[in-house]
Design a protein around this ligand. Structure first.
Ligand code: PMP
Ligand code: GLN
Length: 382
């Protein structure tokens, strides 16, 4: 967690966003949309502030949001959850992950994740005193090999931390893989924690919540967030769904992390979760178009890409352009092409970085003209 000189190491996103603002380059590094989300959601937050919803909300979350999350699970996944005992509202998915790992892990407990992995996983496992093991995702499809998954999960595994749709590769796990994870969790008596923040952002493949598979629910903590679905990443309203005893244990930690969070934003996210189906399909269709614009541009520019099935991100291999070190490339990209991106090695353990050395992550959750301009600028690299 610390840099070599003992200072706090900036996250890759902070470093790359700072580079983008210092150079004026187009920021395709950090994953946040450059447009506001639905009017109704923004208006609901403004109204809540005007109506005086500005003091500490209840510890588990405001009833209106808990009810909306339960209704959302019923509507999209046919899953019935008790809003009073099986849901906890958190400061984004990040706090849900932090409180969950701090609550579930004893020092030395093993957590298995995919690799590359969202950077917070490594840091949070370390903060909770856990031991991080990984199952590698490889190009071209970045799907896990089921035998490798089986070999990685043992009786010393405490938590399998799943992420689908996946950051940074955009991979969406199919039912067969999810079923194998559930079977392994049973065989080795471990818990499943699943990060599904991009649940509504898949393209032509369904998102299947692992908790809806037979035998999964009683050992699964499902984590999501309003940030990606409603273009409100700065509001930090997330939640988790789990069996009541797990929610109670995680709440015990959450109360000393943030206590409660985001009073006026909670009813607003509740409005978002209740929007008609068309909102959710349009959001995915809109993002799919953006994916295609950037995928086309990167291919044209000479990168070799894997077309993601979901999320905000696309992985591009810079090797065909003669760049074998993506870290060096990303540091120079603002000057070379006026674009900021993130090297995939930022999502890898040090020993596996060489395997991913030439890969770059680009975020396509940006307006089409911005993506077109980025594509044009990148075409000068060849
Ligand atoms: N998990 C994944 C996979 C993410 O990409 C992100 C990034 N936004 C988060 C968790 C954090 O979500 P939040 O902003 O709701 O804390
Ligand atoms: N989740 C976003 C990303 O992967 C940003 C999160 C952050 O800045 N911590 O780019």
């Amino acid at each position: 967690l610390l840099a070599d000189d003992g200072s706090i190491a900036a996250t890759i996103f902070a470093e790359m966003s700072a580079l983008a603002s210092a150079t004026g380059a187009i920021n395709l590094g950090q994953g946040f949309p450059d447009e506001d989300g639905p009017r109704e959601v923004l208006a609901a937050a403004e109204k809540a502030i005007r109506d005086g919803v500005n003091q500490y909300p209840p510890g588990r979350g405001m009833p209106v949001l808990l009810e909306a999350i339960a209704a959302h699970q019923r509507r999209f996944y046919g899953q019935f959850v008790d809003p009073a005992t099986e849901i906890l509202v958190t400061a984004g998915a990040t706090e849900a992950l932090a409180a969950t790992l701090l609550a579930l892990l004893e020092p030395g407990d093993e957590v298995v994740t995919f690799e590359p992995y969202y950077d917070a996983y490594g840091a949070l496992i370390a903060l909770a005193g856990g031991v991080h093991r990984t199952v590698r995702l490889r190009s071209p499809d970045f799907q896990p090999d089921l035998d490798e998954l089986e070999a990685a999960i043992t009786d010393t595994t405490r938590v399998i931390l799943v992420n689908t749709p996946h950051n940074p590769t955009g991979t969406v796990l199919p039912r067969e893989t999810l079923a194998r994870i559930v079977e392994l969790a049973h065989r080795h008596d471990c818990l499943i924690v699943t990060d599904e923040v991009y649940e509504h952002l898949t393209f032509g493949v369904p998102h299947i919540p692992i908790a809806t598979l037979p035998g999964a629910r009683e050992r699964t903590v499902t984590i999501s967030s309003g940030g990606k679905t409603f273009n409100t990443t700065g509001w930090k309203i997330g939640w988790l769904i789990a069996p009541p005893p797990l929610v109670t244990a995680i709440l015990a930690v959450k109360q000393f992390l943030t206590y409660v969070n985001g009073a006026p934003f909670q009813p607003a996210i509740a409005v978002g979760l209740g929007l008609p189906d068309a909102f959710f399909t349009n959001a995915a269709d809109d993002l799919r178009l953006k994916r295609d614009v950037l995928a086309g541009g990167l291919t044209q520019a000479g990168f070799s890409i894997t077309r993601p099935q979901g999320s905000y991100f696309i992985v591009a291999d810079a090797a065909p352009l003669g760049f074998t070190d993506a870290v060096a490339l990303c540091r120079r990209l603002p000057e070379l092409a006026g674009v900021v991106a993130v090297p995939i090695t930022a999502f890898c353990t040090p020993e596996h970085r060489p395997e991913y050395a030439s890969l770059v992550r680009f975020a396509y959750c940006k307006r089409v003209p911005v993506l077109e301009r980025a594509a044009m600028q990148l075409s000068t690299l060849a």
